[in-house]
Design a binder for this molecule. Sequence first.
Ligand code: G6P
Length: 367
Amino acid sequence: AAIEKGNYRHFMQKEIFEQPTVVAQTLNSYIRQVDQSVALPQIDYDLSQINRVTIVACGTSYYAGLVAKYWFEQFARLPVDIDVASEFRYRDPVLEPGGLALFISQSGETADTLAALRHCRAEGQTIAVVVNVPTSSMAREADLLLPTHAGPEIGVASTKAFTCQLAVLAALAANLAVLRGRLGREEEAEIVRHLIEAPACLNAALDYDEAISEMAHLIAPARDVLYLGRGPDYPLALEGALKLKEISYIHAEGYASGEMKHGPIALIDDAVPVIVIAPSGPLFEKTVSNMQEVSARGGKIVLISDAEGIADAGEGCIATIEMPRVHPLIAPIVYAVPVQLLAYHVACVKGTDVDQPRNLAKSVTVE
Ligand code: G6P
């Protein structure tokens, strides 16, 4: 049956709003609610022997991989190497026995990612694939197939596939941590409880749709926009910038908050909005001091944080977007929503073709 937009103006908007449902659907096949444990679909592979993870992907899927790197290191204490596929495949990477090569792709057909997969196969790596199209080439060539259940994604700019990838990767990180003896039974159950909360938190994040649509006119006239984040939320800054440039054609850059003073701070003036992605938590104060560097130069800040973070640092911002208070593990999943909605509404203000942005393809099957 043809996929319809229903009451939505664009597929992208519909797909943003589907996230609570499809993330729940995806999580359901990776966690067992009865005993609050993580269970991968195909557990017949001995993942406890893995000594290194190499993550390869393109575009938004690559940013999901960047978040996963923080999780694999933090929870499973596994060394992680990550690269975009077009660089990885030509740089003669060192792939030692016992490595897991992990490919992330919505379509499962991206040419560079598929070529990187085949290279890793030839080098004797175990191949794991996080993919949304179960009949795709990458799905067929995987040793460990980890499907996302986002359903067909029509909008060229990826949204629901991204949050579903994050859900799978969080479950995988927890599973690897258990297998490697880094997480006890109680800690595993706690992680599972946080993951189960993600769909409700996504719903709460979607409640800010109208507020975000009202602030879109503040961003739409900008020529450049800077996104800042730290730790596992740094890739969200990259994703926010990517979404904005893809569909609104505004130049945007994502930067690690602490790296801003090594370059982009030179761009800051009152014409450059700075979107700060900063859930409250151990890294919050550091990011606030980066925000102060921006305000001291007349920069206009949009702070995306929870009530506590906004109470602490929201003063002087041109706008704030309040997210529910969430565990740091699910923050990148939940904070994807405001970042997507902001890009979406700015594109609507500008009147661009949101679902079919110029020069972009949904699936890039050329190198
Ligand atoms: C294209 C799409 C992006 C996507 C990227 C990777 O550039 O426009 O939305 O993130 O390809 O695609 P994949 O299917 O491998 O996730």
